[in-house]
Design a protein. Sequence first.
Length: 170
Amino acid sequence: MKELAKTEWDGTKDGALPGLSFVPASLRRRLTPLEKAAIAVADETLMKAEGLFDPSNVKVVFASRWGEIGTTLKLICQMHEEGEMSPAGFSNSVHNASPGYFSLIKGLKTPYTAIAAGEDTLEAGLVEAKCQEGIVLFVYAEEATPEMYVEHFEDVQHPHALAILMDNDA
């Protein structure tokens, strides 16, 4: 395995989300903070390795312990208060939303995988990425733990994202 490029974003150092000027404005407005962070680091990582591989062959492995926990919490509250939830909100709450949007934006037709493995998510995602053949883009992203959950979670999260592009055949 050879690492071709890597990008990290730490939401505590700079509260601003990474730039997404390459994403059409109509789609950019619908993206959640987690999706924006994951897509931004994934794109920046691919750009760093431009010319080293055929981007149409890249496989994507996305990992997040909680995924869209803020969106999910909002949907739960909406269901409790209104008896129904937003279909648009639901589509962003699924664990494979980020790699799905990324594949759509970049025109990728290669497989992608979404991993959630509790406290072992980062490691499980890296194992999955390493088990793939060829060029693999590994993306790990977490959003901040919602305030409502802070006292109940042992490992409170801050927003962060990581992307590693690897050539598993090298």
